[in-house]
Design a protein around this ligand. Sequence first.
Ligand SMILES: Cc1cc2nc3c(=O)[nH]c(=O)nc-3n(C[C@H](O)[C@H](O)[C@H](O)COP(=O)(O)O)c2cc1C
Length: 192
Amino acid sequence: MPVEKPPTQIMLVSGSLRSESVNTAVLRTICSLAPGDGLLQVYGGLGDLPHFNPDDDREGEPLASAVGELRKQLAAADGVLFCTPEYAGALPGSFKNFLDWTVGGGETYRKPVAWINASSRPDPEAAAGAHQSLRAVLGYTGATIVEEACVRVVVPRSSLVRGLVVDEALRDQLLRALVALIEHCAGEAGVD
Ligand SMILES: Cc1cc2nc3c(=O)[nH]c(=O)nc-3n(C[C@H](O)[C@H](O)[C@H](O)COP(=O)(O)O)c2cc1C
């Protein structure tokens, strides 16, 4: 009897804590476009993570529950899709804190990852500092950056309707990024 492969699970992580976040809206839109239920999981614990301290990340010692939950969700995901704003030319502190907690656990080692740069400015350099930092940090963790799934889209806050991206061309770009990441993950799962 053929063994059915489990569907690819993608964890979606917004770098913004703002309730009306454009970046979170982009990920919510991707969820609404997903080709099936249960494939996508939006991480909701960014604001619950304690400040990263190596003293609190020692092998064999208990982790804060929010950190344990983060590592459980990362371990269960086949891939991770990020969407973060830029603050003062760099990553938001709370999101960098999230990334710092991923270094010691090793859950993102060789994990396919990608990001959507959803800056509101139609400038090719918009939010470049944040995304250069994200690339560098993910490189340290040993994640596999799936270049074909990393996209830049222009999403003005005023274009959102009920917290979702409604422009068809934009929605198509978002879906293509997701599909590129899923296809990469599925391809890796098929390799012995
Ligand atoms: C404190 C602060 C610093 C910011 N710095 C930058 C910046 O350096 N570059 C940039 O392109 N946008 C910057 N912005 C604009 C945000 O990136 C923009 O508001 C973005 O939509 C926020 O994303 P969010 O809606 O998902 O929170 C900054 C915003 C804030 C609040």
